[in-house]
Design a protein around this ligand. Structure first.
Ligand SMILES: [Zn+2]
Length: 322
């Protein structure tokens, strides 16, 4: 059975649909939620909702010319500021964007301006935005997002309606992933733990591949004595090493839970429960602690851009059990 809990973005869309219906759409909103929960996607969905040519209650069609243009980033009246990885957003960028606010819309019912991660605005840029927020333009919607609300100027916050995107419950995310059909229910359980309530961390198209990569870590790193090729390959990409260390960390956390007789429904890698149970017998508590500490140290070394070839070899040595 599919859980009825809704994605945070669906709840936000309903709020907007309701506000639209009664003609009480505010001119500016701040969407607050953890990283990867889907704040920017939600903002784009709102842009579609308010401009869709065939919108039904709380949904948009995703197929009309307006929706299609928003998806492709080609809508002349829907603007998204800055690239995701920009460290800061400068005054010139904000001025460029805001100069559009006063202009008449080309084709949209509502012009939409989206500023993701608004905490990245320099103070100067934030002040420029503040002016616009103080003098709202007609048929204009400004959507700001942040995962660190404490870093957003209070004066900006106070001029926006605040909406929270809460992490999704684990069972709800699990059932959705399983329903998408690419992974089993048990694998979906693993993925939902990995996502920590943020669906954006596990795009459904990626779900199977993530499970396969975790399986490789267990099969090639933990359960195979000599597989230098695997480690060699992984070492080419720091992001892969980081992910591998996270999988290992979660794996040994599971083993330590099983060792203290926690019910197996609480372990993360439940789809590999048989292997977990076998491995649980192979390690003492002290060994598990040492392994976890090694994983944490290696992760730190990786973050500090050290070569982790040797720490990984040591970790493999430490974890190897006949
Ligand atoms: Zn549409």
């Amino acid at each position: 059975m599919i859980a009825t809990e809704k994605f945070a973005s669906e709840m936000i869309l309903e709020r907007f649909a309701q506000a639209l219906k009664v003609g009480r759409l505010a001119h500016a909103y701040l969407l607050i939620g953890p990283k990867h929960i889907g704040k920017k996607q939600t903002a784009l969905a709102v842009a579609k909702l308010v401009n869709c040519e065939r919108a039904a209650h709380a949904t948009f069609c995703d197929a009309c010319p307006a929706c299609v243009k928003i998806t492709s980033g080609m809508h002349p009246d829907v603007h998204v500021l800055g690239q995701e990885d920009d460290e800061s957003i400068k005054i010139e960028d904000v001025r460029d964007l805001l100069s559009q606010v006063q202009l008449r819309a080309f084709e949209a019912r509502t012009k939409v301006f989206i500023i993701p991660n608004v905490e990245r605005l320099t103070l100067e840029a934030a002040n420029a935005l503040l002016k616009t927020l103080e003098e709202p333009a007609k048929n204009t919607l400004i959507l700001l997002t942040t995962s660190i609300p404490d870093s957003v100027l209070g004066t900006i916050k106070s001029r926006c309606q605040t909406l929270y995107l809460f992490p999704l419950g684990r069972t709800s995310l699990r059932d959705r992933l399983a329903a998408a059909g690419q992974v089993t229910q048990a694998e979906a359980h693993f993925l939902s733990c990995l996502a920590e309530g943020c669906p954006g961390r596990i795009p459904s198209a990626e779900a199977k591949a993530i499970v396969q990569r975790r399986n490789l870590v267990i099969d090639q790193f933990l359960l195979t004595r000599d597989d230098d090729m695997y480690v060699k390959d992984i070492l080419k990409d720091p992001a892969q090493v980081k992910e591998m260390l996270h999988f290992l960390f979660c794996w040994f956390k599971d083993i330590s839970l099983l060792k203290i007789d926690v019910e197996s429904v609480h372990v993360m890698n439940i789809d590999r429960l048989t292997d977990l149970k076998v491995m649980k017998e192979r390690y003492t508590f002290e060994e598990i602690e040492e392994i976890i500490s090694d994983i944490v140290k290696t992760r730190k070394a990786l973050e500090e851009n050290f070569n982790v070839k040797v720490p990984l070899a040591l970790l493999k040595e430490r974890t190897w059990k006949r």
